[in-house]
Design a protein around this ligand. Structure first.
Ligand code: ADP
Ligand code: MG
Length: 241
């Protein structure tokens, strides 16, 4: 579904990714953890070419991403949820959800709205359709951002620390929505998060990044019980409560 082959990324002299090889299977739920600055965001941003690798290849559904095909391939396959929600503040929730399906997928207004209400139900916010994002709590805004990603009907959804900008009391409502999505067999999820409880209930596999490389991988259970690398163990001792 997603395959990174020898992906390297530099910003000027700074080598941020060093030969990352990673395959995510169809329907797989992958969690990426690791210290700040280790290259987690850059890795998932390379999956949809928000960052273009300096070298190496990215394959989506067997198609190699190129400058020429990336807009089409990403539009057809991948949606992303960001730490800062990135909703349009001057548009109602419904407008936020229908914009891309109408513009990019050429849906009629009626079709796009039907889709929007369907996914508003999924995230439990149908009653907020006509509200502006600024009137919502952080947790609600992030649930809307997830609904917006779902409206793209992509098979792959990337999440970059979706709960780390939230007030503690709204984190769980977002995780609950993501846990529900995690039960969808045909959705492939790649999630950068330090919520190990979430990882435990949803992830098929966890990869640990450090200094631009994947240094350990395994099931969530593996990380709880027998992580090998000392840096991994130290990191986990700090985040697991
Ligand atoms: P993480 O998500 O694990 O915290 P990132 O992938 O965001 O790490 O960043 C890895 C490194 O790359 C960091 O040192 C960061 O400062 C640097 N970096 C990320 N994006 C850019 C950019 N656009 N320009 C320059 N440096 C960047
Ligand atoms: Mg990051």
């Amino acid at each position: 579904m997603i395959k990174l082959v020898n992906v390297c990324k530099s910003f000027g002299d700074l080598e941020v990714l060093k030969n990352v090889n990673l395959e995510v299977k169809e329907g797989e739920k992958l969690v990426i953890i690791g210290p700040s600055g280790s290259g987690k965001s850059t890795t998932i941003r390379c999956m949809n070419f928000l960052e273009e690798p300096t070298s190496g290849e990215v394959y989506i559904n067997g198609t190699k991403l190129t400058k020429q095909n990336r807009i089409q391939v990403i539009r057809d396959n991948i949606a992303m949820v960001f730490q800062q929600f990135n909703l349009y503040p001057h548009m109602s929730v419904l407008k936020n959800l229908t914009l891309a399906p109408m513009k990019l997928h050429h849906k009629s207004k009626a079709e796009a709205e039907e889709l929007a209400y369907h996914y508003l139900d999924v995230v439990g916010l149908r009653d907020k359709a006509h509200v502006y994002p600024t009137a919502l709590s952080g947790g609600q805004q992030q649930r809307i951002a997830i609904a917006r990603a779902l409206c793209m009907q992509s098979k792959i959804i990337l999440f970059d620390e979706p709960t780390s900008a939230l007030d503690p009391e709204t984190i769980q409502e977002v995780l609950d929505v993501m846990i529900k999505l995690g039960q969808e067999k045909n959705i492939t999820m790649v999630v950068v998060t330090h919520e190990m409880g979430f990882a435990r209930s949803v992830a098929d596999r966890v990869v640990f990044m450090d200094h631009g490389q994947i240094i350990e991988e395994g099931t969530p259970e593996h990380f709880f019980t027998d992580a090998q690398n000392e840096r991994v163990k130290l990191f986990l001792s700090k985040i697991i409560r």
